[in-house]
Design a protein. Sequence first.
Length: 271
Amino acid sequence: MSVLPTRMVEKPWGMDVLPPPFQAPEGQRIGEIWFEPPAEMPELLVKYIFASEKLSVQTHPSDTQTEAAGLGRQGKEECWLVIDAQPGAALGIGFASEIGAEAMRAAALDGSIEHLLVWHPVRPGDFFYIPANTVHAIGGGVGLIEVQQNSDITYRLYDYGRPRELHLEEGIAVAKGVPHDPALRRHLPEHGSLALVDGPYFRLDRVDSPPDAALAARYPGELLLIPRSGAFRVKGDRVEPGQCALAGDLADVTFDDAGSCLIAQPVKPAG
């Protein structure tokens, strides 16, 4: 079966009313919907995130840093495509101005780090790439698709007084106290195929029509298909919005001429 198993994850900051096509089970607040990475492609994780409250201020290490720490290749770079946003919804990404490690530590301890971030008001179609070491936080009222390196290493710097563990030493050691590069964020036009990410760890495209030869050349071999509208097939298996599927290659995908989807694929590291 091409369609990946789906896992709904309940979170205290999740939502009990989800945007279509999802539906939260009665009495549950769903914060994340994961698609289990297939054995053929363990490098990538795709998930939806639905936040009714602000998530922690956090950062992630790079592959180089986790390898140096003896943790293997466990770095995490990620990207976000906003699909739903309530009035006032925002994402905190990077600092308004450069900040040193000790000042960042002090701000994490007294909570002012939240106000040192740049909070970007968001609407559906906004896209952000988040390099490793970027200090960031998802605000309340946001629904998004996250495509990331498959790592669960998160260093929380501040959590609004919630009784969860912080990771100040590890987080400050890897966090960059700098603004987010404006080249790594944009608002997508409503229609049209677009290259969203082209390395260094994965590539991601929005495809609004059957792929041409140039796109096929960029996506050799196995890939993940994430329908956004319409119905697709992977070797005969129907794949709909709210699902994610593994395809052996683009030729295995039957595209919906009137549909839209995301496709993703890891980029093999050099060496």
